[in-house]
Write a protein that binds this ligand. Sequence first.
Ligand SMILES: [Fe+2]
Length: 278
Amino acid sequence: MLIAQLSDFHVTASGTAYGRAETTQALERAVAHVKALVPAADAVVVTGDVADAGQPEAYAEAARILGGLDVPLWIVPGNHDQRERLREAFPDHEYMAAGPVGDSLCFVEDRFALRLVGLDTLLPGRHGGGLDKRELLWLEAVLGDGKPSVIFMHHPPFPVGIGNMDAEAFVMADELEAVISRAPNVLRICCGHMHRPVMRSFGGTMVCIAPSVAMQLALDLTLEAPSQFMLEPAGLALHLYEPLAGRPPELVTHFGLIPGGGHSFPGPYPFADVVSPV
Ligand SMILES: [Fe+2]
């Protein structure tokens, strides 16, 4: 199966975020990009920051654009999101109406050979994220049967070396890491929030952070790094779970770029005279 991960749209009522990022158009391009994938995606998972500032119009616009997808869609919220707005905008998402853990928008989906798990790391009013004991108990129970699983959550549960993004530590990070370390069936944790492709190990599995479909964080690896974005190319993550070369299925993650927004990528061109020099 192929999972397309889209993250950090930051759609606004005006269509533009922070005066410069045409986020509505960026989401439209991302959806068109996913619809044109070959092979086609079997699922799309959104890892948060659907809207930028909580406007109902922004959620309605995002829902309209995402409605153009012809594959199943799951969403976890980011720190810019509001749970009630998501519920209103996506009334057909049953886990939003009645999630498995209280008010949070966690989900588990078992229709595929690879289980999809969504964790709601939104802490209203805070930039950073986290989980609570109920969510961790639920997660441990879900993972207990050993079925291969992939977790989607907005906030990565660790600092990444970009000062402003590391200012608020992930709540219950050590407890989450302990749960993950007891569940070797977690093949990947897929996050957003950083608006950049980033990877790190955590609890014995790999965490892959997807770029934003709209705007990328300035790559400033200092403690003083301010909160700034770049209009670098948009991107997405593609998670492929297939038996390759006769081997049992493994989860392989690819990062791709989405053309548009002032960026074009000439090609493809064939490699000519490919050899191994001797
Ligand atoms: Fe974001």
